[in-house]
Design a protein around this ligand. Structure first.
Ligand code: PLP
Length: 360
């Protein structure tokens, strides 16, 4: 544990340039003036906690991460409220998941306190970068990787932890529109005993071909099935899924260890239970989903994750089928959960769950 030393960027972005970036933020393209950073070595553990200028980092061509992909990350947002204050949503859950991801990938664990301190140190220094427009936020991206210059296969003796930040606008410029989903039946992103429930870049590498196939078929997102020949649905490339059934109950795939346990997923479960909705975590097969979408038994379907919050699904496409879901319009429960969740995140609805914490 220790304080983050602030080393200010001597050449920050001019205010007018920053204002232009904030007026029209495009996800993941612009970054703030600083980054938080902590280094781990086998000799000293976690040390040198600092906030420094956002800049390229020297990395040996032999750095272990480039060869063996020992890397984990997180994704969360800082939300500006109407009174100007800046808040995080369930950051402690991200910190805890970062520890679990590190354990699975045989990486050193960063303490929850260091994780949370790194966020508030960075956001305090770059507070002017948190946009204030409707549905905008500052996306925070913690990442840790094996930085040692060494090609042998073992745990590295040096890891770098960084937090970078990027202003983001509403995922749905021009109103919420249901997304179309490609059901990938050829490739799998993860399997039993694998890394599917760790938030690591390798899972995204495994999912990329499925995402490409989704685009080729005119779809926005890809839905992955379980590995091993079964047809239970798991999750999208970076979002969990829910279905609303015609008896008013809601189902979501039960955690199997081969897909990611989203914090948005957990929050949606809590909000639904609080409303008295019957929610079941269970196996949902592709045939149940397709026949239900056709017959109306599946009344709504939505995806959820930090980036897009709650996103209605309007169409399912795969090898040999194409079905519309909920008539291709945003479902009522989907939209009401979306409003409630965003209301809590932006402080417009009372946070009875203790999910929000002030960053700046
Ligand atoms: C991050 C992520 C999610 C969503 O998790 P949230 O905590 O809700 O943002 C879902 N699936 C994958 C593969 C992810 O990496």
């Amino acid at each position: 544990m220790g304080e983050f030393e602030i080393r200010r960027n001597p050449h920050p972005t001019p205010p007018e340039e920053r204002a232009a970036a904030l007026a029209n933020p495009v996800f993941g393209t612009q970054f703030t003036d600083h980054m938080a950073r902590v280094t781990w070595t086998s000799a000293s553990g976690w040390h040198d906690r600092r906030v420094e200028a956002f800049a390229e980092i020297p990395l040996s061509p032999a750095a272990a991460v480039l060869h063996y992909a020992q890397e984990i990350f997180e994704g969360l947002k800082a939300y500006r409220r109407d009174d100007g204050s800046v808040w995080a949503f369930r950051a402690g859950a991200n910190a805890a998941r970062f520890v679990r991801s590190a354990q699975r990938m045989a990486m050193p664990e960063l303490s929850v306190a260091d994780f949370l301190d790194s966020l508030s140190a960075l956001v305090s220094v770059d507070a002017a970068w948190v946009p204030s427009g409707a549905e905008t936020s500052l996306y925070l991206r913690p990442v840790m990787f094996a930085a040692e210059r060494f090609l042998g296969v073992r745990q590295a003796r040096r890891y770098e932890y960084l937090v970078i930040a990027s202003p983001v606008g509403s995922y749905f410029a021009g109103g919420v529109k249901p997304v179309s989903i490609w059901v990938e039946q050829e490739t799998r992103r993860a399997g039993p005993g694998g890394t599917g429930s760790a938030k690591c870049g390798g899972n995204y590498a495994a999912a990329m071909l499925g995402q490409v196939r989704a685009y080729e078929h005119g779809c926005d997102q890809v839905l992955f099935l379980e590995a091993g020949g079964g047809t239970a649905i798991e999750e999208l490339g970076g979002m969990n899924v829910f279905v609303v059934l015609d008896d008013g109950s809601v189902a979501t795939p039960a955690l199997t260890g081969s897909f990611l346990e989203g914090i948005t997923r957990a929050s949606v479960l809590a909000l639904l239970e609080d409303r008295g909705v019957s929610v079941v975590e269970r196996s949902v097969s592709l045939s149940e989903l397709l026949s239900g979408a056709g017959s109306g038994q599946v009344r709504e379907m939505f995806a959820c994750g930090t980036a897009a919050v709650v996103t209605p699904v309007g169409r399912l496409v795969g090898e040999g089928f194409e079905v519309s879901v909920a008539g291709g319009v945003p479902g009522e429960l989907t939209m009401s959960i979306r409003e409630q969740l965003m209301g809590i995140q932006y402080g417009r609805i009372e946070d009875r769950w203790g999910w929000t914490t002030r960053l700046a």
